[in-house]
Design a protein around this ligand. Structure first.
Ligand code: SAM
Ligand code: SF4
Length: 335
């Protein structure tokens, strides 16, 4: 039997997040600069290489794959990759195949994703106001995303909305967003803005809306109950007594979630990040490309990388300057 992936802190690595492209059809202000230079195509793992990479991880005990980006659904022929992963779902080795998307392409892909075995997706949406949506995403259009959400629900895919909590931007929409998700039977998770990519520290601190404050605001209208649900990730959940809704909070900056971390992140160029908040990275593309016939060098490289997984990250906003800031953008590792 293959030995599973266990890191130096006895955490089993069962969850792989895969960024399949660095490109995106939006330019969200907290994620990307307006003018981005994207990677040349030869740097990217091909769809076949992505398949081989993910299949190798699944062979080592990874049970959950989340496909992200950039915007994963703008990668050309991406359904070929999803359809390839279906065999692992059918074999029972892969338990969940899921996606994080901005929703812009879902009208086109929702049925195909369902057919490939995707049953849950995360859709990122920060506002229900058309103008504000255009402002925050720079290039996005809200009606297109709403049609995408409709298509996903029609296809039978469970939708969770991810909302970045932004001071002075969507504070006034808190209750509208909660009620909208309730009316459509969608879960909702708020994310604290993280120091990824260089967009200017002053601007970032200005955007930072502490989720503990957001929670207090919620408690003005709802009875907010803690629930013990954990996913091995940074999310903590509460239930709103009045509606029965589940609300998640991803608070990398105010709560350290590292002790139960079960995940690693693969970029579209085949780099493996063992921690979202550390710069250490392992090249997996070399061992994959240099050994077309045998996966052994790749497996060795994966194991060596997991042996270096750090205990945790060092993000800290507490002293009004940003420590532990990462130079790469979120679209590089997919969040
Ligand atoms: N394009 C897809 C999307 O937007 O869902 C997938 C990639 S995107 C990088 C993944 C998630 O990261 C999104 O929910 C987005 O809101 C979030 N994100 C991007 N930049 C962030 C930042 N600086 N802080 C916190 N979340 C961020
Ligand atoms: Fe694109 Fe997602 Fe980043 Fe927005 S958050 S620019 S949709 S990758």
């Amino acid at each position: 039997m293959t030995v599973p992936l266990i890191d130096p802190f006895q955490r089993a690595i069962t969850y792989l997040r895969v960024s399949v492209t660095d490109r995106c059809d939006f330019r969200c202000v907290y994620c990307m600069a307006e003018n981005m230079t994207f990677l040349p195509k030869k740097e990217l793992l091909t769809l076949e290489e992505l398949d081989r990479m993910c299949s190798t991880f699944i062979g080592l005990g990874v049970e959950k794959l989340r496909i992200t980006g950039g915007e994963p659904l703008v990668r050309r022929e991406i359904m070929t990759f999803f359809n390839g992963m279906t065999r692992h779902l059918e074999a029972g080795t892969l338990k969940e195949l899921t996606v994080t998307t901005n929703g812009s392409q879902l009208e086109r892909f929702a049925d195909q994703l369902y057919a490939a075995g995707v049953r849950r997706i995360n859709i990122s949406l920060d506002t229900l106001d058309e103008q504000k949506f255009a402002d925050i995403t720079r290039w996005g259009r809200l009606p297109q995303v709403l049609r995408g959400i409709d298509a996903a629900q029609r296809a039978g895919i469970r939708v969770k909305i991810n909302t970045v909590a932004l001071k002075g931007f969507n504070e006034d929409e808190l209750f509208d967003l909660v009620a909208w998700c309730d009316s459509r039977d969608m879960d909702l998770t708020f994310i604290e803005v993280m120091p990824m990519g260089d967009i200017g520290n002053e601007q970032r601190l200005g955007q930072y809306w502490k989720l503990s404050d957001l929670r207090e605001r919620l408690a003005e209208n709802y009875t907010v109950l803690d629930i013990p649900e954990r996913t091995g990730g940074p999310a903590r959940y509460v239930k709103l007594l009045e509606t029965g809704q589940k609300i998640g909070f991803i608070t990398p900056l105010t709560h350290n979630f590292c002790e139960s971390c079960n995940r690693v992140r693969l970029t579209c160029t085949g780099e493996l990040f063992m921690c979202l908040g550390q710069e250490d990275v392992a090249d997996l593309r070399g061992p994959l490309r240099n050994s077309p016939k045998s996966d052994e060098p790749l497996v060795d490289a994966i194991r060596a990388a997991i042996d270096r997984k750090p205990k945790g990250h060092d993000f800290d906003y507490s002293r009004q300057s940003i420590e532990g800031q990462m130079s790469r953008h979120m679209s590089h590792t997919g969040g």
